[in-house]
Design a protein around this ligand. Structure first.
Ligand code: OXD
Length: 308
């Protein structure tokens, strides 16, 4: 059996794979050029960021373990007889910490304090509390559920939105995507953890944004397609939402001429809230390799009709 690993960290995966699958022939690649000689023979592909078109040149392929949570780059290109799995659960801790790092920093005035320090100014910044505020989590998979759990730990009321009703039991109130406007209008912090699908594209548009509460914060750690960025820039200028933290964008890297860069109430990070690092995904991937070799059902199998 041949395994191809295509990712920037291919080397570290290849080393670990030698122990997990000693009988397999394992190749690592960081570019398509390096992967090319192995495409025809590989049965298993572990990949992150591989151009989807290359899949058509892999006739022996049986299983693809995508090394991230979102499979939007490849799902439509995956041959029907190939099983596609994504990483589930591994990013919940770091991504929810990212969300609360910003929610706390913005509510407690951390950025203002730092700015005052830069000017040697002694001035008391009186922050607000998350306790008693309402958190809205759109997307209640493993990451969204952890955001909801932490919200509760901070004393927040938790509203949730999901298309299937999944996660409704962990929310004080549950909404379906058709009710996005009411959902967004009722919360103090709206956190998007949505996958990229046709249904989520543009789900947060001008109407949703301008209907948000005074002082509200919008955080997006899911996919950039969910927000109409042109509308968001305008809405942020009008203070609805009051602040946004964006980790994902319609186009990445965010183009230099995007107005979002220069808005003082927009906080940008470069798609790094849940990095696909070997340390984070190793346990999940190792267990799936064990299952594959033992002929057991794989974890994280993507439902193609849903796209995640
Ligand atoms: C992922 C991501 O899908 O990092 O894992 O966006």
């Amino acid at each position: 059996m041949q395994i191809l690993v295509y990712t920037q960290d291919a080397k570290s995966y290849v080393q670990a794979l030698h122990e997990l699958a000693p009988k397999a022939e394992i190749h690592g690649a960081t570019t398509l050029e390096e992967a090319e000689p192995h495409l025809a023979e590989a049965e298993v592909l572990l990949a992150w960021g591989m151009p989807a078109a290359a899949l058509a040149r892999m006739p022996r392929l049986r299983w693809v373990q995508w090394l991230g949570a979102g499979v939007d780059l490849v799902v439509a290109h995956m041959p029907q007889d190939v099983v596609l799995t994504r990483v589930v659960g591994a990013f919940s801790t770091v991504m929810s910490e990212h969300v609360f790092a910003y929610l706390l920093a913005l509510r407690r005035g951390v950025f203002e304090m730092r700015e005052l320090q830069e000017h040697h100014t002694w001035h008391r910044v009186i922050g607000a509390s998350l306790r008693g505020q309402r958190l809205g989590v759109a997307g209640l998979g493993s990451i969204g559920s952890e955001v909801a759990r932490l919200g509760r730990a901070f004393g927040m009321e938790v509203w949730g939105l999901s298309r299937s009703g999944r996660g409704s039991e962990i929310c004080d109130r549950h909404f379906l995507p058709a009710d996005m406007r009411t959902f967004a209008a009722g919360v103090d912090a709206l956190v998007l953890v949505l996958p990229k699908t046709t249904e989520t594209t543009g789900i947060v548009d001008k109407d949703v944004l301008l209907g948000m509460r005074e002082g509200s914060i919008l955080v997006n750690v899911g996919r950039g397609n969910a927000i109409v960025e042109r509308d968001l820039a305008e809405a942020l200028r009008r203070g609805r939402p009051a602040m946004a933290q964006l980790d994902v964008f319609e186009r990445e890297p965010l183009p230099d001429d995007s107005p979002l860069w220069d808005l003082p109430n927009c906080y940008i990070s470069a798609h790094c809230s849940g990095p696909s690092e070997p340390d984070l995904v190793r346990t999940f991937v190792a267990e799936n390799i064990r299952r594959y070799l033992a002929g057991e059902p794989l974890a994280g199998v993507v439902d193609r009709s849903q796209g995640y």
